[in-house]
Write a protein that binds this ligand. Sequence first.
Ligand code: ATP
Ligand code: MG
Length: 767
Amino acid sequence: MSHESKDAPAAPSDFIRDMIRADVGAGKHGGKVVTRFPPEPNGWLHIGHAKAICIDFGVAREFGGRCHLRMDDTNPTAEDISYVEAIQRDVKWLGFDWAEHMYYASDYYERFYELGEKLITKGRAYVCDLSDEDFSKHYRGTITEAGKESPYRARTAEENLDLFRRMRKGEFKDGEKVLRAKIDMTSPYMKMRDPPLVRIKHAHHYRTGDTWCIYPLYDFAHCLSDSFEGITHSLCTTEFESARELYDWVIRATEVPHVPRQTEFARLNLTYTVMSKRRLLQLVEGKLVHGWDDPRMPTLAGLRRRGYTPEAIREFCAKIGVAKNLSTVDMALLEHTVREDLDVRSPRVMAVLKPLKVLIESYPEGSVEEFDAPYWPRGTTPPAGAKANARKLPFSRVVYIERDDFMENPPKGYYRLAPGKRVRLRHAYIVTCTAVVKDEKGEIVEIVCTHDSATRGGTAPSGERVEGTIHWVSAAHAKDVEVRLYDRLISTESAADDDWLASLNPTSLTVTRAKAEPSLSEVTAGERFQFERLGFFYVDPDSKTGAPVFNRTVALKDGWQKVAQAAPEAPKSAKPKEVSAPKAPSAPIELSPEQKALADAHGLSADEARVLSQEAALRALFDAALTFDATKKKAVAGMLVNDVLGEMRSRKVDTVTFDARALLELVSLVGDATISTKQGKDVLGEMFSTGKSAKAIVETKGLKQIANASALEPLVEQVLSENADAAARYKAGNANVFGALVGMVLKKSKGQANPKMVTDLLKQKLG
Ligand code: ATP
Ligand code: MG
């Protein structure tokens, strides 16, 4: 949908497509392109996966190749057939087709096993008795130190074969033995230091049942699956960059005939949401949302139910492009993209969210008129298969308008309704406000207008210009409908790392009732509308005949336009605003010597050292804070890197308005538990806006952390009794639920509870 050029859109170009073009040109793999999208069926797909799907399937389509859908199902405890079905549904919905190329890594278990034996026979793998923990603590070494060899490394091939066969037979317990690649304990690539290939796990698998009690690890299974399927280009995200050496090693060492090649691109991160499946699962299991397809979720099913179209999501993926650098894309770009898409496909209708009664005293009592109102804006062609371009709009003596469309004492330039002002009721009449009716408390309950009968249909015959046009619904004909309004899932640009549930936006869902025009009483689930001036709405599957439920997909106001305009260097084609990610990828971070020195000198994490060395304002604050109170340096660094940086980013500033003493004061208030972490964040925001000291803010707002057990216990009890099933699942061993329960207590306390204490109390209660 390029507005810039009249030519056909150019085929996308990026480093991956350039590479493939070159390979095809050079006749590599006979000029064939075979890719795959390999999700693990342990959760539903999210918008990040959409990026990968668009690349994997898109590239295959562009080069006349094919893309496989493969379930990377090698971890029995997390996987389930329901996830497979959800994944298939969502890939199809997004507009891609794997045809007959549906595969499961679990179908290859026997072949993985045989190749395990082959590696042993060749002296390239051994059975090791060291526990995971022991190996990584005492043998693997660190980025700066070489590792040392496992005492089991010298086992003979015969002994290894025997042990490996007995592993398969189930003679050993989980973790007692593991098959390791025999590579190089001094390799600069940590992954090459005798990585595990096959582990023991006595667990039921959703497809292979109890046939196996040993399961291959990702690094063993993935590359081999690629090879078995004849994948030419194995495209994945950059967290696998550090695994590429091992990928190639396994392919070489097993001597499989087909050699695929791995190439990495940056994973998608979005502001104001969370995207890791683990966190999404926590939201679902903890009932903090209403399931995987809750319209607040960044899952494809959630977005679909919110009203997003597959076209909009594909267009978004095209806009963000493919690059290697990690970046966070502004949620406003996604919203902008869906708005553009819905604008051309949504009929316009009227509904009032916060009704204010208007009596049109000049209009005859009992009389009703019907206006022919077009569904589509003048001058546009309705899309193919669209609703007929008209509906009847009844008008009568009492109508509802939006509460916000009236002001008793309007400021200059207010174009909506006010005493003495004229405004157009869309498609109906121009009216003038003559009186305001209030109740005994002084609240406005009704306004009174006269209508200008010469303006029937909303046009002034004299050519008079009326500045404001507002929407309305006839009170006698209004249909009472349920409307669900959504806001961001996470209140801050990025969720906190530790108690990220405290970053959940408590008002992400508002369920309300609206007065809708009568044509909206007969809608079917899946239909889309623009409620004039309010946003785009989607008819939720919860709708019943005569009782529709509308989800607001997105409001009309476009925050992205502003973002794009504020950055004049941004090209008009709405390039994503790239906010460098606050967190590095999970691959080991390479620190410069100065950064390393900073980390070592103060015991900082690699992330902290990196951010402090890159953000001058933060570094200055850190250094100054050290001169006042060096004992708090860890806490100071944490606050700077996690909270202050986040605040700077969301305010789009690169300086801080308070000094190190003020910062230390805040660090102490949080550190000594006077206020909660969540409250600390709010105080920080106030410090930025008002320049007041942390103490002053805490005092005026009367902030206090709830840190006594007797006050917290009732909340904990309440959450446990309301979520008895979650509690039961936790007791049955589902650890994911725990965080969610903590989150629910924190939420109940409006962020005032001390998370540590909540955690302890919950642990106590749950045994
Ligand atoms: P998560 O980290 O969200 O739990 P995952 O990477 O474990 O997801 P998989 O099912 O293994 O989920 O992902 C399947 C494919 O999707 C992988 O190739 C992965 O690289 C890709 N993918 C996952 N998340 C993103 C993302 N945010 N952006 C782009 N690609 C992604
Ligand atoms: Mg993964």
